[in-house]
Design a protein around this ligand. Structure first.
Ligand SMILES: *Cc1c(COP(=O)(O)O)cnc(C)c1O
Length: 393
């Protein structure tokens, strides 16, 4: 039987996926697809990727048993510490993989977009590492909201270009980055999540799959089991969730729970609950679920966490949530804030606001004694300190 993480020839996971791109980009996307298939199973590529993950990113990241969460909720609750990766989140796993592919393709210029700036920082970081020119598009409004990350990106030697169209946020920056790519097809477009045209969703999920690979090894060591009972991860585009779920999609005993941003409430008109509110359509080159109005215009999402503030969701998640393999729960802004505060005060770990949504799902589960639960702590909260302190009681 075909694995749930595999697509067909055209890049579809069941109904969702594909590559909806302008004719001009076809050669670039085809070149990338071939390179990905070639190097995915190439030992020297694999060795270089794994060596950087180990010595540059700091992998394996710990699987930390949280006594406080286990006491409060029951079961055995583990945190997969992606917050301890270099640059503070899981995003660097993928940017390392893609920059090594860009090098194999003899590319010298990298273009990317960023919303909160986390993917921009991870991209600027690997471009500095490999000596490549780096251009980051960012919505003008996001540049104001995320000023510290703009500074980091510039300090790393990258160029930041403001996107001034539309709502001046992530989807506008993405449109500008794609435009840049169309005008400069020799540029390597480095996408930050499991979104975009095939092969990006498969490729990004594969580069992030190191997360579940490590979880398996670490649970064998700590608990003597081959898999957890539940894995929980937040979903913006869905790359940290795809990585944490990857080796468990085809193990039906493992419950997979995706957590999206409920914002001020799923029915409030101010949320980013794409799986629940979205309808099928094409966004940024892929057929998937997206939040749109009756005329097919993309609706503006809202979440307190910039990383979840995206109107689409990766096609792998659209398919697996649609089929019922993955459960999806929305968590509102206020609950995410409460759980960030609880983890900080009880464990001394300040989580990213995105990851705090995953923690908050614990309030919604019936947990059996001895059940093993892994929560993917996708990033650390340093970038969120101003929001976190404004909401301190
Ligand atoms: C960007 C980001 C996310 C959301 O992106 P995914 O592709 O859904 O993982 C989640 N957590 C953190 C810390 C992020 O920086």
């Amino acid at each position: 039987m075909k694995s749930l993480v595999e697509t067909d020839e055209l890049g579809f996971y069941g109904k969702f996926g594909g590559a909806y791109i302008p004719e001009l980009l076809y050669p670039a996307v085809e070149e990338l697809r071939k390179a990905y298939l070639k190097y995915k199973d190439d030992t020297s590529f694999e060795d270089e990727f794994k060596a950087l993950l180990k010595d540059y990113v700091g992998r394996p990241t710990p699987l930390y048993y949280s006594e406080k969460l286990s006491e409060k909720y029951g079961g055995k609750i583990y945190l997969k510490r992606e917050d301890l990766c270099h640059t503070g989140a899981h995003k660097i796993n993928n940017t390392i993989g893609q920059i090594l592919l860009a090098k194999r393709l003899n590319k010298t210029q990298i273009v990317a977009e960023t919303g909160a700036g986390q993917h921009g920082v991870a991209t600027a970081t690997v471009c500095a590492l490999l000596g490549m020119e780096c251009i980051i598009y960012m919505g003008e409004k996001d540049m104001e909201r995320q000023a510290p990350n703009v500074q980091r990106i510039k300090y790393l030697g990258a160029k930041v270009i403001p996107a001034v169209s539309g709502s001046k946020t992530l989807k506008d920056a993405t449109n500008e980055a794609i435009r840049h790519w169309i005008n400069n097809p020799d540029t390597f477009y480095l996408i930050g999540s499991v979104v975009g045209p095939h092969p990006y969703p498969s490729m990004v999920a594969y580069f992030q799959s190191v997360i579940s690979e490590e979880i398996i090894r670490q649970l064998q060591e700590k608990e003597g089991v081959n898999h957890p009972d539940k894995v929980i991860a937040c979903v913006g585009g869905g790359s940290n969730a795809a990585g944490a779920f990857y080796h468990f999609y085809d193990v039906p005993e493992v419950d997979l729970i995706a957590v999206e941003a409920g914002g001020l409430g799923v029915k409030s008109g101010k949320s980013a609950a794409t799986a629940q509110l979205g309808k099928p359509g094409v966004i940024h080159g892929s057929y998937t679920l997206l939040m749109q109005d009756e005329f097919g215009q993309i609706t503006e999402p809202h979440s307190i966490s910039a990383g979840l503030d995206y109107p689409g969701i990766g096609p792998l998640h659209a398919e697996t949530i649609h089929s019922g393999r993955v459960d999806c729960i929305a968590i509102n802004d206020d609950k995410a804030l409460d759980h960030a505060s609880f983890l900080a005060k009880s464990e001394g770990i300040i989580p990213a606001l995105e990851s705090s949504h995953a923690l908050a799902v614990l309030d919604h589960l019936k947990i059996k004694k001895d059940e093993i639960i892994v929560i993917n702590l996708s990033g650390r909260g340093d970038k969120d300190m101003s929001t976190l302190t404004q909401n301190m009681e």
